[in-house]
Design a binder for this molecule. Structure first.
Ligand code: ATP
Ligand code: MG
Length: 310
C-alpha cells in the first residue's frame, strides 16, 4: 500500500524534540497505527532525494528486534515525515517516571537496556553499514512487551553537524571528546556511539546527567574534553562488572575504546543475556501504570480545585 501524508489522521502528540514533533497517526485505509516524526527541513530537492534513498535502507531494520520498526518516509511541503512503530515511552521519560514514583532503575534493567542498545547498534553497523550518531535516552524506546529498541537511526547525519546542534540547542552533551576536539571530527567511528551509550547509562542509573549544567554550552563541551571521564558513583551498590563496563565505554581516547564485538562478550552483557529471572515487561508495565495513575490523580486534583474555586 502506498502511504501518502493526506491518508494519515492525527490521533495524539507523542513528544517533541529540537527538530519537530512526533505524533501518533492512523492510516485511514488500513487502520495501521504509527508514530510519525515530522522534521521541518529546508533542504533542496537533490538532498531530499538522497535522504529518502538512505532512509529506504532503514527498511532492513525490520529484521532486528532491537531497532524500532521503520515503515517509510516521505516529503510533505518541505517537511520530512518519518513513519515508525509506536512505542510506549522513551528512556528519558521512563527514568523520570521512576524518580517520581520514588523508584530506581535496577541494575538488571540497566543491563538489559545496554544489551539491547549494543545489539541494535551492532546490527546497524554489520548489516546496514550505519553509525547512529545520536545515542541518548530519548532515542531508546520501550514498550509494555518488554522490548527495548533504538530509534532515529539514519536521520541525524542529515541534520546539522552535531557539535553545532549541541551548542545551539543547549543540549546535554552525549558526544565523545574526539567529536568536540580532535582529528576524528570529520570521520565518524562506531566508538562515538559507545561513548554516548556510557553517558546514557550513567544518566539513567543515577538520575542525573554526569556533566553538570554550565553557564554556556561551550563550557560544558570543554568539560568533556578536559576533565576525566565520568564514573558511576561507588556508593550506589552497583556491581564491579557494571563499573567496569562503564569505564570501558567512557574511555576518553577513542582508539582504546572497545567496539561492539568486545562489549558483547563483556561479562556484564553476557550475564544480562543469560538472565531470565528478571521480568522486563512486568517492570516496565508497573512503572507506566504508576505514572498513569499519578497523572489521573493530578488531573482529578485539578477538577477538585476548580469546583472549590467556583
Ligand atoms: P532531539 O530532538 O534532540 O533528538 P528527542 O529525541 O527527544 O530529542 P524526537 O526524536 O523528536 O526528539 O522525539 C520526541 C519524543 O517523542 C521522544 O522523547 C519520545 O518520547 C517520543 N517518541 C519518539 N518516537 C516515538 C515512537 N516511535 N513511539 C513513541 N514515542 C516516540
Ligand atoms: Mg529522538
Amino acid at each position: 500500500v502506498l502511504v501518502r501524508a493526506q491518508d494519515l489522521e492525527k490521533l495524539e502528540e507523542l513528544g517533541r524534540g529540537a527538530y519537530g514533533v512526533v505524533e501518533k497517526m492512523r492510516h485511514r485505509e488500513t487502520g495501521t497505527i504509527m508514530a510519525v516524526k515530522r522534521i521541518h527541513s529546508s533542504i533542496n530537492d537533490e538532498s531530499q532525494k538522497r535522504m529518502l534513498v538512505e532512509l529506504q535502507a532503514c527498511m532492513k531494520s525490520d529484521c532486528c528486534r532491537q531497532m524500532v520498526r521503520f515503515f517509510g518516509a516521505m516529503f510533505r511541503e518541505g517537511d520530512v515525515w518519518i513513519c515508525m512503530e509506536v512505542m510506549a515511552t522513551s528512556l528519558d521519560k521512563f527514568y523520570r517516571m521512576c524518580i517520581d514514583t520514588h523508584r530506581r532503575l535496577s541494575e538488571p534493567f540497566l543491563a538489559k537496556c545496554a544489551l539491547s542498545v549494543v545489539e541494535g547498534l551492532n546490527y546497524m553497523k554489520e548489516h546496514m553499514n550505519l553509525i547512529h550518531r545520536d545515542v541518548k535516552p530519548s532515542n531508546i524506546l520501550l514498550n509494555r512487551q518488554g522490548e527495548i529498541k533504538i530509534c532515529d537511526f539514519g536521520i541525524s547525519g542529515h541534520l546539522t553537524n552535531s557539535v553545532a546542534k549541541t551548542v545551539n540547542a543547549g543540549c546535554k552533551p552525549y558526544m565523545p571528546p574526539e567529536r568536540i576536539d580532535g582529528d576524528a571530527k570529520d570521520a565518524y567511528d562506531v566508538r562515538a556511539d559507545v561513548w554516548s551509550l556510557g553517558i546514557t547509562l550513567v544518566e539513567i542509573a543515577t538520575g542525573t546527567h554526569p556533566y553538570a549544567k554550565w553557564k554556556t554550552p561551550f563550557e560544558q563541551l570543554k568539560q568533556v574534553v578536559l576533565e576525566p571521564a565520568p564514573k558511576l558513583p561507588i556508593n550506589m551498590g552497583f556491581t564491579d562488572d557494571f563499573h567496569d563496563f562503564i569505564s570501558l565505554c567512557l574511555t576518553k581516547n577513542f582508539q582504546n575504546r572497545p567496539k561492539y564485538g568486545e562489549l558483547i562478550t563483556h561479562r556484564w552483557l553476557v550475564n544480562a543475556r543469560e538472565e531470565t529471572t528478571f521480568d522486563v515487561a512486568s517492570f516496565i508495565c508497573e512503572i507506566l501504570d504508576q505514572a498513569e495513575a499519578e497523572q489521573r490523580n493530578v488531573l482529578s486534583g485539578i477538577n477538585v480545585n476548580f469546583a472549590v474555586n467556583v
